[in-house]
Write a new protein. Structure first.
Length: 386
């Protein structure tokens, strides 16, 4: 692996391209909030309270979206290896549900060859592989699926996003899904929900001037409740400025059912750092909180592997098992190379998803880039595509 690979766990990523620093300006441009793809200039009106719903990931998917990494400027010599990882994940998911891979038109054929015939590769320009953050957040509204476009700006201008910043509009237009332009900047990895009106989110990833300059937490919470149909938002502190995402919640805490949460925990004996303190703070908040239905949370530790046993480990490696993806009939988790820890995490996930297969996938290069399987996938709710 390259010692100089810019990653999602690095604050030293070079800022590439003109206009990379959007700092929330995308939400204030001429494309007014509320406009949907193909709609009249007035756009899609804001819904009445309760008319929108963000479902849980374990609910039925129509398809899974993924992105074919394109930027040599980011991955350098590891681009070929991260593509192998992405193709491996896509093939694993395609065994259970429909997968659509977005790829630059000139890379479509190569992506199709690597992903195989079980994956549909579509020509849609992308920059990097992080579909969780670039694809709109899908909500249900009056019986139809709507895409909330959160104005992806390269995690606060930290990476080139000329194409990824347009993925939301392009994808929704292609599939004829109405688009709602959010008055905020955020990413899909920012949000974790139980499907019953409870939202978990890290303050560091969205109450941040690089996304939403001048917006208070209360203002952002009010917007999120309306956009996503939430009744209660639970704020976790997170970690500001130590990785490219400013600590997305999907690598820290995950629902397995309403009221039940898996919490990422550092490998025992590791010295305390900002990440382990973030986990402790999350536990402190969740131990005293209740969900939108008034239920206390059951929080289960999901321990990380031993760094000395991880294949390909470096300082930027995302070694959390919490970044798993819940598919229609399977749960997809990383295989890190610490057999004891991998088996333990698999057992925990199998216990919480007894009706699904738990599929372990090697993602060495993706993880070295600071991301995981959840970061690389994005589910569209609905009846499964045949």
């Amino acid at each position: 692996m390259s010692d100089f690979l810019p990653s999602r766990r690095s604050t030293l990523r070079a800022i590439l391209g003109v206009g990379a620093f959007a700092f929330g300006a995308a939400a204030c441009g001429p494309d007014a909030p509320g406009r949907s793809a193909g709609a009249s200039p007035a756009g899609r009106a804001a819904p009445a309270d309760g008319d929108r719903r963000l479902g849980a990931e374990w609910e039925s998917h129509a398809r899974t979206f993924m992105s074919w990494p394109a930027l040599e400027s980011v991955w350098e010599d590891d681009l070929r290896y991260v593509r192998q990882d992405i193709a491996r994940v896509a093939r694993a998911i395609a065994e259970y549900e429909y997968v659509v891979m977005m790829a630059r038109p000139d890379q479509q054929a190569a992506a199709q060859k690597q992903c195989g015939s079980g994956v549909e590769v579509i020509p849609l320009p992308v920059d990097d592989l992080w579909a969780r953050d670039t694809v709109p957040v899908f909500v249900e509204e009056e019986g139809e699926v709507v895409g909330v476009d959160f104005n992806f700006n390269g995690w606060g201008g930290k990476q080139e996003h000329t194409n990824d910043g347009r993925v939301g509009r392009a994808l929704l237009t292609k599939y004829g899904i109405p688009r709602v332009k959010a008055p905020l900047v955020a990413e899909g990895g920012s949000f974790e929900t139980d499907g019953e009106g409870t939202l978990l989110i890290t303050e560091s990833s969205i109450v941040n001037d690089n996304r939403n300059r001048g917006r208070s937490r209360d203002h952002i919470e009010s917007e999120l409740k309306e956009l996503l149909g939430m009744e209660k938002v639970i704020w976790l502190k997170g970690v500001r400025g130590e990785d490219i995402t400013d600590a997305h919640v999907d690598s820290l805490v995950r629902f397995t059912a309403p009221g039940v949460i898996l919490l990422d925990r550092a490998f025992p004996g590791m010295p305390a750092d900002s990440w382990s303190r973030s986990s402790d703070q999350a536990m402190s908040v969740l131990s005293e909180a209740t969900d939108a239905r008034g239920r206390p949370f059951e929080v289960i530790d999901l321990p990380q592997p031993d760094p000395e046993r991880i294949t390909g480990y470096n300082d930027d490696f995302l070694s959390t098992y919490a970044n798993f993806y819940i598919g229609n009939d399977a749960v997809y988790m990383p295989r890190f190379g610490d057999r004891k820890a991998d088996d333990r995490a698999r057992g925990i996930l199998q216990e919480h998803f007894p009706g699904r297969d738990v599929v372990q996938v090697g993602i060495e290069t993706i993880a070295t880039g600071g991301g995981g399987i959840h970061c690389a996938t994005h589910d569209q709710p609905g009846k499964p595509v045949d």
